[in-house]
Design a protein around this ligand. Structure first.
Ligand SMILES: O=C(O)CCC(=O)C(=O)O
Ligand SMILES: [Fe+2]
Length: 336
């Protein structure tokens, strides 16, 4: 029998929206910044189907994919070496390709229609499937934000449990992106390329990521300042497995929530390596606050206690960047 791979992350079941779960979530995000989340609503069949569609898409001829090159709304296809996630250290862009669905309406699940390949054409079965998955990601992301609001003890009069969800509205306009990624195996890369995605922190509020068994490579910079691989884990809950639920999903804090909480929540650097000669596919939901939301300090006694004396004195709301301004700044560096 081979030993189970070491898992540096806590697995938190979010089925119950209660103080105990909220404290577990907060603890994980205030230390490591990363967690596995179980007790979600995704089935394994759905996740497998999404990966199957992603594989079909990336297998299309290069010139077909290039037709929907990434646009100003951050929607569309990014090709190999186009994106530098670690612009200070990387000479060449990441050896990966990706497709972004964006400009969502989370009431209907619709995304930007003009920037879709034939495979996901507006109105098709695949398009409807994408709508459904984006709504599920939205619901899970919102649940995690609600738990964070409980954990951070945001006062009822200030918005309480809904403080974050009021700023990530179903009907809101945000830069939230659902992204499929493909990293080719080592044998397809130039000699000494060992990094598939440079070290970076994410740009939104939280990130939710599915990966597949046997395609590891994601690593996080842990609290001891060492790179630690994030394994694929199965649910420890036999009932969930019997119900056909998908494996736990990787969730991490991104920069907006770190700013917003005065770094109480940690936006942890991570990267993707090439541990073996297999393709890696991942499906990631970058959950962003509504575009015009300013990243002012949140009304939490825990956040207040973490501030330096006088840090927030004489500050006007306009002194704080908005969610969209922050993203645009980071994208400019990434695609420079
Ligand atoms: O594909 C992965 O595992 C990680 C992707 C990632 O960190 C990102 O795109 O921000
Ligand atoms: Fe990332």
């Amino acid at each position: 029998m081979t030993a189970a791979k070491e898992n540096p992350l806590k697995v938190v079941d979010v089925a119950n929206l209660d103080a105990k779960t909220a404290d577990q979530i907060l603890e994980g995000f205030a230390t490591q910044g990363f967690l596995f989340v179980d007790g979600h609503d995704f089935t394994q069949e759905e996740v497998d189907h999404f990966f199957e569609l992603s594989k079909q898409y990336f297998a299309l001829p290069q010139e077909v994919k290039d037709k929907q090159a990434i646009d100003a709304d951050n929607c569309g296809y990014t090709s190999f070496h186009q994106e530098k996630l670690d612009p200070k250290l990387q000479l060449r862009g990441d050896p990966k390709e990706a497709f972004n669905f964006g400009l969502f309406n989370f009431i209907t699940g619709d995304c930007k229609k003009e920037q879709l390949p034939e495979l996901f054409a507006y109105g098709s079965e695949n398009y409807k499937f994408i709508n459904k998955m984006s709504k599920k990601y939205f619901e899970l992301g919102s649940r995690i934000l609600n738990l964070l609001a409980i954990g951070l003890k945001i006062d009822e009069n200030e918005g309480g449990v809904n403080w974050f969800s009021d700023r990530h509205r179903t009907e809101g306009t945000s830069m939230t992106t659902m992204r499929v990624l493909h990293y080719p195996p080592s044998s397809k890369l130039d000699g000494d390329q060992v990094i598939r995605a440079g070290a970076h922190t994410d740009y939104g509020a939280i990130t939710l990521l599915f990966q597949q068994k046997g395609q590891e490579g994601l690593e996080l910079f842990d609290t001891t300042e060492n790179w630690k691989p994030i394994p694929y884990v199965e649910s420890a809950n036999a009932e969930y497995r019997a119900q056909g639920k998908a494996a736990p999903i990787v969730v991490n804090i991104a920069d907006q929530l770190s700013f917003w909480t005065n770094k109480v929540l940690k936006s942890t650097p991570h990267r993707v390596l090439v541990p073996n000669d297999v393709d890696r596919y991942s499906i990631v939901f970058f959950f962003h606050a509504d575009n015009d939301v300013r990243l002012t300090p949140i009304p939490s006694p825990i956040v207040k206690a973490a501030a330096q004396p006088g840090q927030y004195d004489n500050k006007k709301p306009e002194d704080y960047i908005t969610s969209k301004e922050y993203l645009l700044k980071r994208l400019k560096d990434t695609y420079a």
